[in-house]
Design a protein. Sequence first.
Length: 131
Amino acid sequence: MPLTLTPSLKTVLRLDAAMSGAAALLLLVAAGPLSRLLALPETLLFWAGVILVPFVAMLLAVATRKHSPRFLLLDIVLLNSVWTAASFALLAGGWIAPNLLGGLFVCVQAIAVAVFAAMQFAALRSATVAA
């Protein structure tokens, strides 16, 4: 069922795209220095950046449309939620051993992504079925 995207939903999608795009660029270009600074695996940082590229493209493509399938909008919220959970799981599961700054980096970006998921879900609830 296609929904008409509200201005608030388009705005939050664009903000997510901007932040995710900036993160992708940073992770792709500076994975090595960030790895040394944060005590996080360079390959993890680099591939996180790679994963963000198609996500950013999808956000931008959806944000420029007047209508979008409901399932696609819910998928965006779900992907952000999974990213958040995976970030905390990496820390809690002991799969990575960052220094204090690295742990803060993981937590802050996970919280930011969770905020985007919540904002998108709230904005999605106000979207109307396309005529």
